[in-house]
Design a protein around this ligand. Structure first.
Ligand code: PBG
Length: 325
C-alpha cells in the first residue's frame, strides 16, 4: 500500500500539525443580556448558566469574560418599559446605552458590539413598527437607524442589525456616516432564518411576539439562494461582516456564503443550540465539553471566521487546555 491516510493520524503532535481548522479565542463573541434595574442576576430557565444582569451585576460578568481571554461581547437589552414605538431602544439613557457607558469605563479592553433590533422594546414583540398588524418595513428603518446611532454615541464599537428589514444596512450605514461614525463597522445578520432555535432567547430577552410569527421578515429555512441574495444586497449596502444564523443546522449556508462574499463570515450558535447541549449534558447523555468543541469546530470548518456562542467562556478554557484549537 502506498497511500495510508492513517499515517498522519498516528500521534497527537502529528494530528495537530496537519490540522486544517485552527480556532483562536480572538474569533469568539459572547452574548450578554442586560436588564434594567439593580442587583439583578436572574438565571434564564431555558438557558442554564446564562443570566440576565442589571448593569451593576453585568460588570462582574465582564470581568470574568475578560479574564477568560475573550475580547468581544454582543449586548442585548431588556428594558423595563416597552411601547409601540420601541422608544427605549434609542433612549439616551436606555439600557444598552447605560450598559455601554459603564462597561466601557471599567473594561475598555473589551470590544462592544450591540444587537440592533426592536423586538425587545416593542409592546407587541415584533422586530419593527406595526401598521395594521403588519410590520412596516420603511417606517422601521428610521427607528433602527436612530437606535444604531444612539448605540454608537454611547460607545458601541460595532453595530449588528438583526431585524431582517429590507434596506436596513444602508439606513444604518448612512446615519452613522452622516454623524461621523465612519469607522463603526456594521455586522449584518444577513442570513437569518425564521427558526425554532431562537425560542430560549425569546424567553431570555422577553421578546416573543404577542401574535403571529417572524416569517414575513426572517427567511424560510427551505431556501439557499435567497440567503445568497441577502448577502449580496447587504454587501452592496455597505455591510462589513456577514452573519449566518443559526449555525449548527445551517453549516451548508456558512460554506455557501463563504464562496460568494469576500467579507468576513460570522456564525451564531443560537440559544436553542445551547439549550439542547445543556439539557442532554444534564441528563448525562452526552459529554458537554466534547460536543461544544465539535460543534464549534464544525462552524469554523464550514468557513466561519467569527463565532458567537453562549459557550464562549468554556470554549476559551478548552482552547487553553488544548482540547480544541
Ligand atoms: C433579535 C434577535 C434574536 C436573536 C438574536 N437577535 C431573536 C429573534 O430574532 O427572534 C436570537 C439569538 C438566539 O436565539 O440566541 N431579533
Amino acid at each position: 500500500m502506498i497511500k495510508r491516510p492513517r499515517r498522519l493520524r498516528s500521534s497527537e503532535t502529528l494530528r495537530r500539525m496537519v490540522r486544517e481548522t485552527r480556532i483562536d479565542k480572538s474569533a469568539l463573541i459572547y452574548p450578554v443580556f442586560v436588564k434594567e434595574g439593580m442587583r439583578i442576576r436572574e438565571e434564564i430557565p431555558s438557558m442554564k448558566g446564562q443570566f440576565r444582569y442589571s448593569v451593576d451585576q453585568m460588570l462582574y460578568e465582564m470581568e470574568k469574560i475578560s479574564n477568560a481571554g475573550i475580547s468581544s461581547v454582543m449586548l442585548f437589552g431588556i428594558p423595563e418599559h416597552k411601547d409601540e414605538l420601541a422608544s427605549q431602544a434609542y433612549a439616551q439613557n436606555g439600557i444598552i446605552q447605560q450598559a455601554l457607558k459603564e462597561a466601557k469605563k471599567r473594561f475598555p479592553e473589551l470590544y462592544y458590539i450591540t444587537d440592533v433590533c426592536l423586538c425587545e422594546y416593542t409592546s407587541h414583540g415584533h422586530c419593527g413598527m406595526l401598521c395594521n398588524q403588519e410590520v412596516d418595513n420603511d417606517a422601521t428603518l428610521k427607528v433602527l437607524a436612530r437606535t444604531a446611532l444612539s448605540h454608537a454615541q454611547a460607545g458601541a464599537d460595532m453595530v449588528a442589525p438583526s431585524d431582517m428589514m429590507d434596506g436596513r444596512v444602508a439606513a444604518v450605514r448612512e446615519i452613522l456616516d452622516v454623524n461621523k461614525y465612519i469607522n463603526v463597522p456594521v455586522m449584518s445578520y444577513a442570513v437569518k432564518y425564521a427558526s425554532g432555535f431562537y425560542e430560549p432567547f425569546r424567553d431570555a430577552a422577553e421578546s416573543a411576539p404577542t401574535f403571529g410569527d417572524r416569517k414575513s421578515y426572517q427567511m424560510d429555512y427551505h431556501n439557499r439562494r435567497e440567503g445568497i441574495k441577502e448577502v449580496l444586497l447587504d454587501e452592496e449596502e455597505g455591510a462589513d461582516i456577514i452573519m449566518v444564523k443559526p449555525a449548527l443546522a445551517y453549516l451548508d449556508m456558512i460554506a455557501h456564503v463563504k464562496e460568494v462574499t469576500n467579507l468576513p463570515v460570522a456564525a451564531y450558535s443560537v440559544s436553542g443550540e445551547y439549550a439542547m447541549i445543556k439539557a442532554a449534558a444534564e441528563k448525562g447523555w452526552i459529554d458537554e465539553a466534547k460536543i461544544v468543541c465539535e460543534t464549534a469546530a464544525a462552524a469554523f470548518r464550514a468557513g466561519a471566521q467569527i463565532y458567537l456562542t453562549y459557550y464562549a467562556k468554556e470554549l476559551a478554557q478548552y482552547i487553553d487546555e488544548g482540547r480544541i484549537g
